[in-house]
Design a protein around this ligand. Structure first.
Ligand SMILES: Cc1cc2nc3c(=O)[nH]c(=O)nc-3n(C[C@H](O)[C@H](O)[C@H](O)COP(=O)(O)OP(=O)(O)OC[C@H]3O[C@@H](n4cnc5c(N)ncnc54)[C@H](O)[C@@H]3O)c2cc1C
Length: 500
């Protein structure tokens, strides 16, 4: 099959979906190529057994870690990418995240643009993603040019009471910025199956709902599903991409276009560039710096389940509150991290961690526990990298950096939870397979010898190639990444030659 378009975007997650929307709104003829299909709306969307235990929406694919051990990565090959199951927590990064910042374990590098450069696009992305939030509660929040599009989600009584107990301990519980459709007449019913689950109602602000479908409605976008792009081919000079070549049900697919955007997610985008090595780009496409695949980050993350035998937790939509007080200073003048409520964990979901515990015991624990994500910045290292083995299989090598700050944040969080009344605190540290916040594999920067992309995500080495997904992040910050990916996609289309 041969197809042509003005612009081809590869991957329909947050980066690709938002890029396609912005390009289509400018009248370009855009082809969005996605290896997966649309995720079906079906009863299993909301089944913990189907989603978590049977991994219904994850691919069978395995990757290798640095020691050659197989693992099942946290990726989702469907229209909308990982946003189909994400928790829709959509905070902005802080001003300091764009500046060089000293951490316990080293330097978090500066970005090639500042918070002020991204601010208008944060506002536009929040509007597109129906973000609900409020200001004035979080001492670390960045300045903003206008209010949130919609007021913050209200806490349910258990969470409101928890916020009071936390406040009495001297911290500043703040409303999470959430992307759900609670507009007047909106579709969200505040169910307990949002974070980690696909939305059966289409009420979550995922990239399919808020970017791909509105882009199709412009009439300028064609969506090609079930086609995996395996390599990009360049012209004889190596300066321009001429074709994206992949495979679908009917065999080889060859797409020619004037401009190419890779948005396959941080690991797959790096892998695609490495697979596209040719005579002019022997180490991989756009890789004269040798940085493609390096600086792989995914946050230092852990879950906490805090149990109070005296207090029943009957919350349905739990993910409405964060404590960010230690973001800039974790206790020694260096950045710490955040703690953020996650979707209410059900007993059946604990099976993975406690396979031999009887169900009634898990249900009893879940009825009196509250669950948090504790997240700290993962520093970039050239040794943490994505490579391909001899058969072309993805290998991710990673030794976490920034662990000292994460341990300290965990200790502080656990002490705080004990003080507000929880007797038992269980923790689960994320391993290499829990890579939902992956980023940093094709970093943006000003110096072509030390970065792959410029500040507008265009490859330094290839004039008609952009990479717009979590891969461009020079540092990981300690905030959820999706809103920053969306904002940068809008900025690139508005300010670079991509839409020219
Ligand atoms: C359970 C979970 C909870 C999360 N919660 C949050 C949250 O609350 N807040 C937040 O900010 N972030 C959250 N995230 C992370 C967020 O979903 C990601 O940061 C975001 O989706 C990354 O966008 P992306 O464009 O980089 O990649 P993706 O969204 O992963 O999109 C990549 C797309 O490219 C496609 N693709 C890959 N390779 C190819 C190929 N070769 N050819 C064609 N198509 C290809 C994939 O199928 C996919 O659709 C969560 C993630 C998970 C898994």
């Amino acid at each position: 099959m041969n197809i042509t378009a003005d612009c081809v975007v590869i991957g329909s997650g947050m980066g690709g979906g938002m890029t396609a929307l912005a390009l289509a709104r400018r009248g370009l003829d855009v082809l969005l190529v996605e290896r997966g299909e649309r995720l079906r709306r079906e009863p299993q969307n909301w089944s913990p057994e189907a989603v978590f235990l049977k991994r219904r929406y994850k691919p069978a694919e395995t990757w290798l870690d640095g020691r050659g051990r197989e693992y099942k990565p946290g990726v989702h090959y469907v229209v909308g990418g990982s946003t189909k199951v994400y928790g829709a927590s959509l905070p902005r990064f802080r001003e300091s995240d764009f500046e060089a910042t000293e951490h316990d374990d080293g330097l978090s590098p500066a970005w090639p643009f500042r918070y002020a450069d991204l601010e208008p696009y944060y506002a536009a992305a929040e509007a597109q993603l129906n973000v609900h939030g409020t200001t004035g509660q979080d001492p670390t929040e960045p300045w903003r040019s206008g209010p949130y599009p919609f007021p913050a989600m209200e806490h349910e009584p258990y969470v409101a009471d928890l916020a009071e107990r936390l406040r009495a301990q001297g911290v500043s519980p703040a409303a999470n910025a959430m992307g759900v459709d609670l507009r007047p007449g909106g579709l969200c019913i505040r169910c307990g199956t949002c974070d980690g689950f696909p939305c059966l109602l289409g009420a979550k602000s995922d990239a399919e709902t808020c970017a791909v479908d509105p882009a199709l409605a412009t009439g300028n976008l064609r969506l090609l599903t079930g086609v995996r792009i395996d390599r990009l081919e360049t012209d004889p000079s190596g300066a321009r991409v001429v074709a994206a070549v992949g495979v679908g049900d009917e065999g080889e697919v060859r797409i020619t276009a004037a401009k190419f955007v890779v948005s396959a997610g941080a690991v797959n985008s790096a892998a695609l560039l490495l697979r596209s090595a040719d005579g002019k780009h022997p180490a991989g496409l756009a890789n004269s710096s040798g940085r493609v695949g390096r600086n792989y980050m995914m946050h230092n993350n852990a879950h906490i389940a805090a149990f109070d035998a005296t207090r029943r937790n009957d919350v349905v939509f739990q993910k409405t509150l964060s404590v960010n007080d230690w973001y800039h200073d974790g206790g020694d003048g260096k950045p710490g991290g955040v703690m953020q409520l996650v979707g209410k964990v059900q007993g059946s979901m604990m099976r993975l961690e406690a396979p031999y515990a009887p169900r009634f015991a898990l249900d009893g624990f879940a009825a009196r526990s509250v669950e948090w994500l504790v997240m700290s910045e993962d520093l970039p290292s050239p040794d943490n990298r994505v490579t391909l083995d001899a058969s072309g299989r993805i290998v991710t090598q990673r030794t976490a950096l920034g662990v000292a700050a994460h341990r300290r944040t965990m200790r502080t969080a656990k002490r705080l939870l004990h003080r507000v009344g929880y007797q038992i605190i269980g923790t689960q540290w994320f391993g290499i397979e829990m890579n939902s916040h992956m980023c940093g594999t094709v970093v943006a920067g000003e110096d072509p010898s030390r970065s792959v992309l410029d500040g507008h995500c265009r490859a330094h080495d290839v004039e008609n190639l952009w990479v717009i997904d979590g891969g461009f992040f020079p540092s990981s910050a300690a905030m959820n990444p999706a809103l920053t990916i969306a904002a940068q996609a809008l900025r690139v289309v508005a300010e670079s030659d991509l839409a020219a």
